[in-house]
Ligand binder design. Structure first.
Ligand code: SF4
Length: 552
């Protein structure tokens, strides 16, 4: 007879049952944490009526805390960080102690597609209601700060008048759908994914069927070969391919995501026809809704389900339980490594016109300057402006003989069409200025870093991405940058705790998919950051072999 647990002193393993993960499809419908309880109590989409009819009239103090810190997100609203609270307090204060009485508001721009009238509306809202703030995010959204709840109905009215919304821009919902800014005009395009993005938006966004997911759900759909919307790190991604019969459609990837447990998406290897995309998207989203882990927020993204199941089982469940048919196998996507993903600069479209991509510094703009962008686009005959997944902007449809003039107009506004590597490829998340999870400042630091590197290394022209994050959440994609900077408190030379960054080196996507290496102890104070990056880049330039890139 084996010794009992009492004799060995070990815990009785046989009696220990594996705890449920809160998967609805397995019968776990009871909420296992506060977020799940809030969602069960009332659908996030229902907060819209209360904002219009109650909170905007009665003011900030009338807002139910469960709405304020939960359901407001279903309409792109987060309270911003109260000014003056340093990063050391982020983890120790209660959420309400970090709350300001103003909101960050995110406008979803699916596919990154804007007309001049839409951009003008976005810009005027910034000028009139958001103290002229606006950030172009790395998910093609525009984010405002300083929004008052009293102004939200008027803002929505103005957005909706031009076909935009903040619906499901945040929260445990299907967020904005990324799309190639050059959809329909790129020379190297396999197919234009815009109709599929529009279809999903029409069919499913704002539907109560998908408004209670275990966690956020990020989508991308593109038919180009530059892969500029980073399918590798989306929850679901459709990537344009041509099959052996010459038909165009999509390969399907599921389960990518960064944050504290980064994972690249797994390829399911199916061929999805364009007319099936909306249904297949709904199928993937439904598998996530029903089988996703809801017990712990930190394990709730679809990537954890994919990690447990693998791509094969996921595909089986999708086909058998949700679609009711099998998808054929299909080819993997092509990748044109010769092109950079950011679409900055002047380049030809396939119809003989040109696009002009330009770089605001770390995505930060103002409503006033966005109004000028709308004017400049129209003056030069364009009604199509695009946001990119690299915090940049693109104007389409410029005549060949007008590219110099539009470049000059944009540069007068401070938007560089031929920027340095540093300005072109440095991104920063919101950081401590407005984000309640932040530990350190990001936007200003990154802007200073760009200025310093441009001065110190004026001839550096290698492709090189520097992504600056204010905390481990990786909103600005630290793990896939050449130099990823994760905000944290560090010790300076006097033993004082100061703002700084942990360094990840050598991350990237494309043929060289890899997460940056986090070297234990490799940290810099914020003050020393320009010196540190300069040292690394000088060493790289001195020691690199011919054709060697920073990542390889
Ligand atoms: Fe906020 Fe952290 Fe995301 Fe930056 S990475 S925006 S600090 S949550």
């Amino acid at each position: 007879m084996p010794p009992s647990s009492a004799q060995t002193g070990n815990a009785p393993t046989k009696a220990r049952r594996r705890r449920g993960e809160g998967q609805w499809a397995l019968g776990y419908r009871e909420p296992l944490n506060k977020n799940e309880e809030n969602k069960k109590n009332d659908d996030g989409l229902n907060v819209r009526d209360r904002i219009i009819n109650v909170y905007s009239k009665a003011g900030f103090d009338s807002i139910d805390p469960a709405d304020l810190r939960g359901r407001f997100r279903w309409f792109g609203l987060y309270t911003q960080r109260a000014p003056g609270i340093d990063g050391g307090k982020t983890a120790v204060l209660e959420p309400e102690e970090l709350d300001d009485r103003y909101f960050m508001m995110r406008v979803r721009i699916d596919g990154g597609q804007l007309s001049a009238a839409q951009l003008r509306a976005v810009a005027e809202i910034s000028r009139d209601y958001a103290r002229d703030t606006a950030d172009i995010t790395d998910r093609q959204n525009v984010q405002y700060h300083w929004i008052r709840v009293e102004d939200v109905p008027a803002i929505w009215e103005k957005l909706e008048a031009v076909g935009l919304s903040t619906t499901e821009a945040c929260g445990d919902t299907p967020r904005v759908i990324l799309g190639c800014p050059l959809a329909g005009v790129a020379e190297e395009e396999i197919l234009d994914a815009s109709p599929q993005i529009e279809q999903i938006y029409e069919d499913h966004i704002g539907s109560p069927l998908y408004s209670n997911l275990p966690r956020k759900f990020k989508s991308s759909i593109s038919g180009c070969t530059t892969h500029c919307v980073n399918h590798e790190i989306n929850d679901v991604a459709f990537v344009g391919v041509r099959n052996e019969n010459g038909e165009t459609g999509y390969d399907l990837f599921v389960g990518g995501g960064l944050s504290t447990n980064p994972m690249f998406a797994k390829r399911l290897g199916t061929f999805v026809r364009p007319d099936q995309v909306s249904e297949v998207w709904a199928g993937v989203c439904s598998v996530f809704r029903d089988y996703g882990f809801r017990r712990l927020r930190t394990r709730a993204r679809i990537k954890f389900l994919i990690k447990e199941w693998g791509a094969e089982k996921f595909r089986e469940v999708l086909e058998n339980e949700y679609l009711g048919y099998s998808l054929p196998d299909g080819p993997g996507p092509e990748l044109d490594e010769g092109l950079r993903r950011d679409h900055v600069g002047v380049r030809p479209q396939r119809d003989g016109k040109f696009y002009v991509g330009f770089a605001p510094k770390v995505g930060r703009v103002t409503g006033t300057s966005l109004l000028r962008v709308a004017e400049i686009a129209e003056t030069h005959g364009s009604d199509r402006i695009r946001t990119t997944a690299d915090q940049k902007l693109v104007i389409l449809d410029i005549d060949a003989d007008d590219t110099a003039a539009i470049t000059a107009d944009l540069e007068t506004e401070g938007y560089e069409v031929n920027p340095s590597t540093f300005r072109r490829q440095t991104m920063a998340c919101t950081g401590i200025e407005f984000c309640k999870l932040a530990i350190v400042e990001t936007k200003d630091r990154a802007a200073t870093l760009i200025d310093e590197l441009e001065k110190r290394l004026p001839d550096f022209d290698e492709p090189l991405s520097i992504n600056v994050n204010g905390c481990p959440n990786s909103c600005a994609r630290i793990q896939v940058a050449d130099i990823g900077l994760k905000g944290q408190l560090v010790m300076d030379e006097n033993g004082e705790q100061v703002e700084g960054y942990q360094i990840h080196l050598g991350g990237g996507m494309g043929l060289t998919n890899s997460f940056g290496k986090k070297v234990r102890g490799l940290k810099t104070t914020a003050e020393d950051l320009p010196d540190y990056v300069e040292r690394v880049l000088r060493r790289f330039k001195d020691q690199k072999e011919k054709d060697e890139t920073f990542a390889a």
